[in-house]
Design a protein around this ligand. Structure first.
Ligand code: GUN
Length: 283
């Protein structure tokens, strides 16, 4: 039977360590990390994520500055706000919650955030630094996945890793991070043929396709380590990942559950990036 990777517990340990770093920043430099969160519109899931991010900041002693803007906010107004925050010394991280309303060109917004405050790691400059192996900020969800992988004791070096999903937020940066750890990486997506055969060769699988229980347990190589980023709803409304967990568990060495796997790590890595940003700032 495989090990169930306890994302909640690993996140708790990482946050305890971060608290110590925040205390040191405060004691030695008088700096309190600050995160600005911008929410445009009233997308219910986004409101929920933003609430969770702010609560996590409050629990850690990180200042959070919420900017809630109406859905009809113009691109220019949003750009002006980002420009202001780029120059505010108390703000070490800026996060624009996505998705944005359709009339706003999201790429232009991401490019307006100062790269040294880009705690999501989505600015093309930061994407480029990640690609050349010199990241300033690592995107939060794939970084959390890497930490979960590390917690199992598996070293990705020389391993076959299959990432399923090519989003800018998870799949692509995950592939780059595994490559930086010296894994041999295959990036699969919705057009990939023979997905089951590719997964069967993998020592490490990261699933981020957003399709409920699409990856079946019998596809895995015995002893593989599986990180499931999926957050899907079954027909009965219950939450599940991209992997058929109950089928996979007896076959694999370790697997993350949904919920309680990757979810708790994403915000933890955002907090860590904010602390890193604060640590780099010149006071
Ligand atoms: N929407 C879904 N995931 C994310 C994320 O990691 N960052 C931001 N800014 N928006 C998101």
């Amino acid at each position: 039977m495989g090990e169930i990777i306890d994302g909640k517990e690993i996140a708790r340990q990482m946050r305890a360590e971060l608290r110590r770093e925040i205390q040191i920043l405060s004691d030695e430099r008088g700096v309190t990390p600050g995160l600005a969160v911008i929410l445009v519109g009233t997308h219910p899931a986004s409101q929920g994520y933003v609430r969770m991010k702010r609560k996590a900041c409050a629990d850690m002693g990180i200042h959070s500055f919420l900017h809630e803007l109406p859905a009809e906010t113009s691109e220019e107004t949003l750009l002006a706000l980002i420009e202001t925050l780029n120059h505010q010394p108390a703000v070490h991280g800026i996060l624009v919650q996505t998705p944005l309303p359709a009339h706003i060109y999201a790429q232009r917004i991401l490019e307006a955030i100062a790269p040294d405050k880009d705690v999501d790691g989505f600015h093309p400059y930061n994407v480029g630094l990640l690609a050349v192996g010199a990241p300033l900020f690592r995107p939060c969800t794939p970084w959390g996945c890497l930490e979960l992988l590390r917690s199992t004791g598996v070293d990705p070096a020389g391993q076959q890793a299959v990432v399923v999903g090519r989003s800018n937020i998870v799949g692509k940066p995950m592939a780059l991070m595994l490559l930086a750890e010296h894994a041999t990486v295959t990036l699969c997506h919705s057009h990939t043929t023979q997905l089951a055969e590719r997964i069967a060769e993998a020592d490490i699988v990261v699933a981020a396709i957003g399709r409920a229980e699409m990856i079946r347990g019998a596809w895995f190589k015995p002893g593989a380590v599986v990180i499931d980023v999926g957050q899907n709803r079954r027909a009965d409304g219950s939450l599940c990942g991209d992997v058929a967990f109950a089928e996979a568990l007896p076959r694999v060495a370790a697997i993350t559950p949904v919920p309680g796997g990757v979810g708790p790590m994403t915000i933890t890595m955002l907090l860590k990036n904010t602390v890193i940003g604060a640590g780099r700032c010149v006071t």
